[in-house]
Design a binder for this molecule. Structure first.
Ligand SMILES: [Zn+2]
Ligand SMILES: [Zn+2]
Length: 383
């Protein structure tokens, strides 16, 4: 061919990728065989020129080898990433894209040259991870800073997740020609349907490294151990999940990472049973304390406090200690209550004097009691 690719597109040898694209689109519209101004040969030439000049690698080779490269290009081989630039006339037998539908030719032909096969759109986002995290009762109640070690696909340290060998040149993606998208055209009974999916070769960036990172073989990710520090909020409960954004597995070649979900496994307390943000505990009280009333020391999350047992408290009665429960999750300052269930204990061992006093009490209250010795022995034995 007498004229070179730059002349065909009417651009200078130093034209930018944008200039080349603009020139190509203009000419492709102009020479489209279906148009009045159409010219099939020129249309083919324009597309051939664009296919080479829009690809940084091919453009470099073309600049170096010139027409030899052009020849190879037309013969359908001889250059890397190759194949025929233009596999015959796409308009033989009429417009394959149907009538009456406006298309951006630049995009359509970009796809054709990329060999744009219909492809399912798939996300390269890193997967989410889930793991259990053990907490003590107090850590769950008051919150904690925990170190979590997990083995996962994480960004490759050699290439920082890009998948490019250190120092490798970044070139225009040969599959999508820097568009970042692969558009496909399907003929259906409803007409032609055009769909665009993110280019899987360059992850939609339009750029790929010339040489892949040897450590991760270009994926940008490697399985490795990582320790992270996670802040667990006060008031979290057993079975609840904490989401740690971006700490799932790394995405393919720098794509968005997944999230890490930590599932709380909260240990028991010696004193309390948790019920939402309230705490429950049992308090053993002697029957005289229950009858006469008393002030008793009880354990709370914030240390021991004095609790007043009113006179005549029944076994099973619940005494509420306000604001001594669990801090409400994500509501600073708000706390549940401590609910104290009174258990009145009946003494199983009595001294002679105690028996005497109780007998007097029974008589005073007009209650019948058995004071037979063997009865008391039996009672003692059964406790
Ligand atoms: Zn790497
Ligand atoms: Zn691409």
């Amino acid at each position: 061919m007498a004229t070179n690719y730059y002349d065909i597109l009417g651009v200078s040898k130093s034209a930018s990728a944008d200039e080349i694209k603009r020139a190509y689109r203009k000419l492709a519209h102009q020479y489209h065989p279906d148009k009045g101004s159409g010219n099939e040969q020129k249309f083919k030439d324009v597309n051939e020129a664009y296919q080479v000049l829009s690809d940084q690698g091919k453009r470099q080779q073309y600049d170096t080898y010139g027409s030899t490269f052009e020849q190879a290009q037309r013969n359908g081989g001889g250059f890397p990433g190759g194949g025929s630039a233009y596999g015959g006339n796409p308009f033989a037998g009429g417009n394959p894209f149907g009538e009456g539908i406006e298309f951006d030719l630049g995009d359509i032909f970009g796809d054709m040259f990329g060999g744009g096969r219909q492809r399912e759109s798939r996300s390269r986002r890193g997967i989410d991870l889930e793991m259990g995290l053990r907490l003590t009762f107090e850590e769950a109640v008051f919150g904690a800073e925990k170190q979590v070690t997990l083995e996962k696909q994480d960004a490759c340290k050699t290439c920082g997740g890009s998948g490019a060998a250190p120092g490798a040149k970044i070139m225009t993606c040969p599959k999508c020609h820097g568009q970042g998208q692969i558009r496909t055209q399907r003929r259906t009974i409803f007409g032609n349907i055009q769909s665009a999916v993110s280019c899987d070769r360059c992850e939609g960036t339009g750029k790929v490294p010339e040489t892949a990172c040897a450590t991760c073989r270009g994926s940008g990710v490697l399985r490795q151990e990582k320790t992270i520090s996670v802040k667990i909020p006060a008031g979290i409960d057993n079975g609840q999940r904490v989401r740690v954004q971006g700490e799932g597995e790394a995405g393919y070649r720098g794509s968005e990472p997944g999230d890490l979900y930590l599932i709380m496994q909260v240990g028991p307390s010696r004193f309390f049973v948790r019920d939402g943000f309230n705490l429950q505990m049992e308090l053993p009280v002697s029957f005289t304390q229950a009858a006469l009333g008393a002030k008793l020391m009880v354990q709370t999350l914030d240390g021991a406090i004095e609790l007043k047992i009113p006179a005549g408290t029944q076994s099973g009665a619940v005494l509420k200690v306000k604001d001594k429960g669990v801090p409400h999750l994500n509501q600073p300052g708000r706390r549940g209550d401590l609910l104290v269930t009174v258990r009145v204990l009946i003494p199983s061992k009595l001294s002679k004097k105690e028996k005497e006093l109780l007998k007097q009490l029974a008589e005073e209250r007009g209650e019948t009691v058995e004071v037979d010795r063997s009865f008391w022995e039996n009672i003692k034995g059964s406790f």
